[in-house]
Write a protein that binds this ligand. Structure first.
Ligand SMILES: [Zn+2]
Length: 59
């Protein structure tokens, strides 16, 4: 295997992503984001779409 040192980090939580794991999200402008899980991907995209503040605690 090659590519040592190219470890990617989750755009949302900052966790390191193993080569066989995670997922990629390509924005319309060509920017590529990597996420460790679909949960992080959804959170990041939802945060960007919503102008409201994200609430961690559900009522
Ligand atoms: Zn993550």
């Amino acid at each position: 295997m090659s590519g040592r040192g190219l470890l990617r980090r989750c755009k949302f939580c900052g966790k390191e992503i193993k080569p066989a794991e995670g997922m990629m999200y390509v924005k319309s402008d060509g920017t590529i984001w990597y996420f460790c899980s679909s949960k992080c991907r959804k959170n990041m995209i939802n945060l960007r779409r919503s102008p409201k503040r994200f609430k961690w605690a559900s009522v």
